[in-house]
Ligand binder design. Structure first.
Ligand SMILES: [Zn+2]
Length: 155
């Protein structure tokens, strides 16, 4: 592993509960680094799954996807993120929305599920006009999760 920025990014991700195999997929870690990075790491949250996209917290997927394309553009979906990009993505999300039930693992798996088709990106919400993410079984949905939560609160 080379580059101080990469090391800092990998260390931050480890110490914020990122699964070891996710991190190892982005950057080859030496035994020594793995041990050091994970010494004070919290238990990792969230496994692979898309059930949450059908629950109350689904608006977080819209936030996550919009932030992703804001940072990296649409085309970033088709190529892997570097460890530096991924840590920037996670840090930005967690800073913007500190009370969401979100983790680096969940962000990683969300992007993975969009890539493999378990989750579907809809280009335009009929209410706010922004792109959003749905579970593949709900791909006929026309209104984003954020607008839906908002209109429920208005009633
Ligand atoms: Zn909307």
């Amino acid at each position: 592993m080379s580059g101080i920025e990469q090391i800092m990014a990998a260390r931050w991700l480890a110490q914020n509960g990122t699964n070891k195999h996710i991190l190892e997929g982005m950057i080859p870690l030496s035994e020594k680094n793995v041990k050091e990075f994970y010494r004070s790491a919290p238990k990792s949250a969230h496994r692979y799954g898309t059930h949450w996209l059908r629950c109350e917290g689904a608006y977080m997927a819209d936030r996550a996807y919009r932030l992703f394309i804001q940072l990296f553009g649409n085309s970033a979906l088709s190529k892997p993120l570097s460890v530096i990009e991924f840590s920037l993505y996670c840090q930005t999300y967690l800073t913007k929305f500190p009370s969401d039930d979100m983790s680096s693992n969940r962000l990683h798996y969300l992007i993975q599920s969009i890539r493999n088709g378990d989750a579907v990106v809809k280009d335009t919400c009929s209410c706010c006009g922004l792109p959003f993410v749905v579970h593949r079984d709900e791909s006929i949905e026309k209104v984003c999760n954020i607008c839906r939560v908002f209109s429920e609160k208005q009633q």
